[in-house]
Design a protein around this ligand. Structure first.
Ligand SMILES: Nc1nc2c(ncn2[C@@H]2O[C@H](COP(=O)(O)OP(=O)(O)OP(=O)(O)O)[C@@H](O)[C@H]2O)c(=O)[nH]1
Ligand SMILES: [Mg+2]
Length: 337
């Protein structure tokens, strides 16, 4: 019996043949099943399509199962992921609570935090992900902690300005990071050691004696990790940023430094003759070129790109630039094919 296949069915079958991913195949097969004429002559074909659908479903489910991440791997979100590290009880969780909507447990004794918790921090028109972690301590930290530290984009190291053993905190933290094969200073790294940029804060600025201890910490950081914190645009002369997570002091400056430590730029795209939407930046790595930015928007834009116009602090209004032009923070780009 002739199957009398419809154009819709044939189109779906064509899509199935050119499908690459299991998802595409599944979608095409489902369309084939929906559009195939339902009569005796197509019964075998229908059964065949159903069998193939079942097989793909089974395979994708099996894959999803085996790819399940361990609990401590936090999916990156926003402009970048910053891991909060430091000695016990320094106020890491309080900082996350003060900067984001997350509600970590905060308590006046050490080793309160046992598993990671992520929260999003708003900085102007972007969000930065912070991950609160158990403390780095000589008594021991969970074996997965350094893995989270190593895969993060940058670190927020929190010390306790209310603690007389402040310099021990610093030495111990640096030693434990090194043992975990992470370095934060601008030293040449040995194989297997990853270098992380860090924002270093002295928390509990409201505690008695905190300012004196801040001066000590600043000096010590300058000698053990010069350049660790990098240069920053905001105020504050020292490497260590003083904050009070409890009182909210210094948190605006901290948001800025969290953005800076990620080494990213914000770029805005516009269509010719249209206004710019400044609320939705593309967040790109420093050093990104025009053609790389185009690829981040859509691969076809990059492929067909002839030139772009850029409005920014380092260009004149609407300057024509080539594909290899390196973008700057805040640039507005108009792609031309
Ligand atoms: N005075 C003062 N106390 C603070 C500040 N921030 C946090 N604390 C207190 O310090 C204690 C420890 O705070 P947590 O945020 O739990 O410290 P943590 O670093 O997360 O501790 P662990 O999870 O054990 O590593 C709590 O009693 C907080 O209330 C601050 O800015 N000023
Ligand atoms: Mg904590």
């Amino acid at each position: 019996m002739p199957a009398n296949l419809t154009p819709d069915y044939l189109a779906a079958e064509e899509r199935f043949r050119s499908a690459v991913t299991p998802e595409e195949k599944l979608e095409a097969l489902e369309d084939m099943l929906a559009t195939i004429p339902k009569h005796k002559g197509t019964e075998k074909m229908q059964a065949d399509i159903k069998r193939r659908i079942a097989k793909i479903r089974q395979e994708t489910q099996a894959r999803a199962g085996s790819r399940k991440r361990p609990f401590y791997i936090m999916e990156k979100q926003g402009a970048g992921q910053v891991a909060i590290v430091g000695p016990p009880n320094s106020g890491k969780s309080q900082l996350l609570a003060s900067l984001s909507n997350a509600e970590p447990e905060v308590a006046p004794y050490p080793f309160t935090t046992r598993s990671p918790l992520a929260g999003m921090v708003q900085f102007e028109n972007v969000q930065i992900q912070l991950v609160d972690l158990p403390p780095l301590a000589p008594e021991g930290s969970p074996p997965w902690l350094m893995q989270v530290v190593r895969t993060s984009d940058a670190l927020l190291i929190v010390f306790d300005l209310g603690d007389d053993n402040l310099l021990d905190q610093l030495d111990t933290t640096m030693a434990l990071l090194r043992r975990g094969r992470v370095c934060i200073a601008e030293q040449p790294v040995e194989p297997g050691v990853v270098r992380k940029k860090a924002v270093i804060v002295g928390n509990k600025l409201d505690a008695p004696g905190a300012s004196d201890r801040l001066a000590l910490l600043d000096e010590a950081v300058a000698s053990v990790a010069p350049g660790a914190a990098g240069r920053h645009a905001g105020g504050g002369d020292g490497l260590v940023l003083p904050v009070s997570a409890r009182m909210g002091t210094g948190l605006d400056e901290l948001r800025l430094r969290l953005f800076e430590v990620l080494d990213v730029i914000r770029v805005y795209t516009k269509a010719p003759g249209k206004p710019v939407d400044f609320s939705a930046p593309f967040v790109l790595k420093k050093g990104t070129t025009i053609v790389q930015a185009a690829a981040a928007v859509h691969k076809d834009i990059a492929k067909n790109l002839r030139y772009a116009r850029v409005w920014g602090k380092t260009t004149f209004e609407g300057q024509m630039v080539q594909r290899d032009y390196v973008l700057a923070e805040g640039d507005v780009v108009e792609f031309h094919a």
